[in-house]
Design a protein around this ligand. Structure first.
Ligand SMILES: [Zn+2]
Length: 117
């Protein structure tokens, strides 16, 4: 095989190039990291980041969960003089944290095809 960065001829199953900084990354590619960032940004609307990563059902659950969190936070806010509003950003943070951590179903299939050049 050739090194995808510098074209140096490498052993067939090489994990890294000895001529440049290329390293084989099966689990985390540059595209994977980029899509993590996009998914987190999309999670401004809770669930959208999950849908983007291919988790449609979980995304839907998080979306309705956010509606519930807004209602619960609003109710808690009236009962606790505004303190309940802290629940909402905590929920948002939890959704973003989760979408960042889960495996990217979409990118992993694209990546598999890309490996077989
Ligand atoms: Zn190289």
């Amino acid at each position: 095989m050739e090194c995808p960065l510098c074209g140096h001829i490498l052993p067939k199953d090489a994990d890294a190039c000895d001529q440049c900084d290329w390293v084989r990354t099966d689990t985390e590619t540059a595209e994977g990291k980029a899509s993590d960032a996009v998914a987190v940004m999309l999670s401004v609307i809770p669930g959208l980041g999950h849908v983007y990563k291919g988790y449609k059902l979980i995304g839907l659950l998080f979306f309705f969960g956010a509606v519930g969190a807004l209602l619960a936070g609003g109710l808690a806010a009236t009962a606790t003089a505004g303190f309940g509003l802290f629940l909402i950003p905590i929920y948002w943070f939890a959704v973003m944290f989760h979408v960042y951590g889960i495996e990217d179903r979409v990118a992993s299939t694209v990546q598999d095809e890309g490996e077989e050049y």
